[in-house]
Design a protein around this ligand. Structure first.
Ligand code: DGY
Length: 321
């Protein structure tokens, strides 16, 4: 009998397919860059023992039933696993793995790209020059937030939140963080202080979100929290869209309750909440957090190693409990 079949739900950087084929597995790829339609995905699951999924694929009871008992491992090409019904996988004995650590730096870098872009109004400035409407230097033109001495508020001080905090050293910011646990790295290396969210909101100049999406983190930033921010504050979300109530965010931005926002993820991704796109003081990216070439290569290697381990009867390097 040949080696089990592995299905990859999208084109990914080469290592995943190369490594699995080299190890003797039959590998099928849904050869497209955009998410496959649900019907296409379900129709490809027959006899699949290893499934490599993206964050846009819902791995739920329907999918697990379509795959049947052959399925032994779902290797998510992401660190977040909010697209996966972990309990349903556990019940069926399907292992779930993810790609932690390798995307921490790339995602933290992108959070900083957004912080700087929104604080210093980079995209608005670019548009001014590009549209030929710039008439020259002016003392009151596109004034933004000076980061030196400002307060960076980190909500969720896990791997990525910590990396964002460490990068703030170069900007001379004060760092406050919200997390269930004390973060010794942030406290010792950047003098950060742990606070409650309600204490952080009125003092943060930059509020950056780094929570995983769970029922508890949905709409952590809603209308009351947005109202508690300073009118000069900026909000950055590189975590998961539903952590912010985007309808409330659009209203807050329109009212000038906060100064701006930088988003890489969206509540109804890839759809945008009405009104968001029209606002000049937001910078909107298409979920690029881990989109650095070296990072995506490593993620591709990791999904292969995780699938291979489970299908060869070993413990995977990155299990999700
Ligand atoms: C993740 O890994 O969860 C990112 O959102 C995509 O790389």
């Amino acid at each position: 009998m040949g080696k089990p079949k592995v299905l990859v739900t999208r084109r990914v950087p080469p290592p995943a397919v190369e490594r699995l084929k080299r190890a003797g597995f039959t590998v099928e790829v849904i050869e497209q860059d955009n998410p496959p339609g649900r019907a296409v995905l379900l129709s490809r699951l027959g006899g699949v023992a290893g499934l490599i999924t993206m964050l846009s694929e819902r791995v739920d009871i329907e999918l697990l039933e379509a795959a049947g008992p052959a399925l032994r491992v779902v290797a998510n090409f992401a660190v977040g696993t909010d697209n996966i019904d972990l309990a349903a996988c556990r019940e069926r004995g399907v292992r779930v793995t993810n790609t932690p650590d390798v995307l921490t730096d790339a995602t933290a870098d992108l959070a900083w790209a957004l912080i700087l872009s929104v604080a210093r109004r980079v995209v608005e400035g670019d548009a001014l020059v590009r549209t030929g409407t710039w008439t020259g230097w002016a003392p009151l033109q596109l004034l933004g937030l000076q980061l030196t001495g400002a307060t960076l508020g980190i909500v969720g001080a896990g791997r990525i939140g910590t990396a964002v905090g460490l990068r703030s050293q170069g900007f001379g910011m004060n760092v406050l963080y919200v997390d269930e646990q004390r973060n010794a790295v942030l406290e010792e290396r950047v003098g950060a202080r742990r606070v409650q969210l309600r204490e952080l909101l009125p003092v943060a100049d930059v509020l950056t979100l780094h929570l995983p999406l769970t029922p508890a983190s949905r709409h952590v930033l809603g209308a009351p929290q947005l109202a508690a921010l300073k009118p000069t504050a900026i909000l950055i979300n590189t975590a998961r869209g539903p952590i912010v109530d985007e309808t409330a965010l659009v209203a807050a931005l329109r009212k000038g309750q906060i100064a701006g926002a930088g988003f890489d993820v969206y509540e109804h991704e890839p759809r945008l909440t009405p009104g968001l796109m029209e606002l000049p003081n937001v910078v909107l990216l298409p979920h690029l957090g881990s989109a650095a070439t070296a990072t995506r290569q490593r993620m591709s290697e990791m999904v292969a190693e995780n699938v291979r381990a489970v299908l060869e009867g070993r413990e995977p390097p990155n299990p999700v409990k």
